[in-house]
Ligand binder design. Sequence first.
Ligand code: ADP
Ligand code: MG
Length: 261
Amino acid sequence: MCKVISVANQKGGVGKTVTCVNLGVGLAREGYKVLMIDADPQGSLTISLGCDEPDRLEYSLATAMINIIKDEDIDVTYGLIHHKEGVDILPGNIELSSLEITLTGVISRETILKSYVNKARELYDYIIIDCMPSLGMMTINALACADSVLIPVQAAYLPVKGLQQLIKTIGRVKKQLNPHLEIEGILITMVDNRTNYAKDIAQQVYDVYSSSINVFHIEIPLSVRAAEISASGSSLYVYDPKGKAAFAYSALIQEVISHAM
Ligand code: ADP
Ligand code: MG
């Protein structure tokens, strides 16, 4: 059975894309068939997986969604990019920005991505969706089609307020569009263990949320090598296999796999 995980936080720069890359590739390394979907017009996931100019691609997530809106039959494998580390990618690019505007006037606008994903479920064990930094229509689509949401939170500012808004949105989507939606967990990222500040924030997130939401015990450490992977086109398992961030993501994957069982 396929599990669809959307990686979301309306704040940018919290580690969504880096988490997607290493979660998706890590699951593929465990032998699972993995599709990654780039639902951010910035195309960071697409770039991180080695496609330098996503805006030049003829076919992307936006094209697939437009075809669905036009009620055309779609081949879910069309336009996928295969990455050397064993994952398939449905790329995303700037066309998603205009698609967001188009979506406002479309029937079933919240479930267009779901039509794609439900077909793709037959071919994959995991589908990982990298969300854009907003709670707009693309992110609603990503929540409406997912089994769970993984929420990266950067341990560098007080994240509590933004998190409440996100959790409220997830609750609304669950009630109105996707009753099975669960929160996979809050993942604290970019933890600088040399500072007490990072530890305080991690503790605060844990205190406020862990009674109602899974907060992963695994924290992703701040790592210069992790910041370099988007330019390298590979995951941490290839770029810095012995590093502490690769180790942390491997541990996260074991938790995610055990949740799915
Ligand atoms: P988002 O997708 O939420 O905007 P990114 O994954 O792009 O966030 O990460 C934001 C920035 O932080 C990027 O420059 C990225 O390379 C860097 N980064 C991500 N994870 C780490 C980490 N564990 N340690 C250091 N830098 C990181
Ligand atoms: Mg991103």
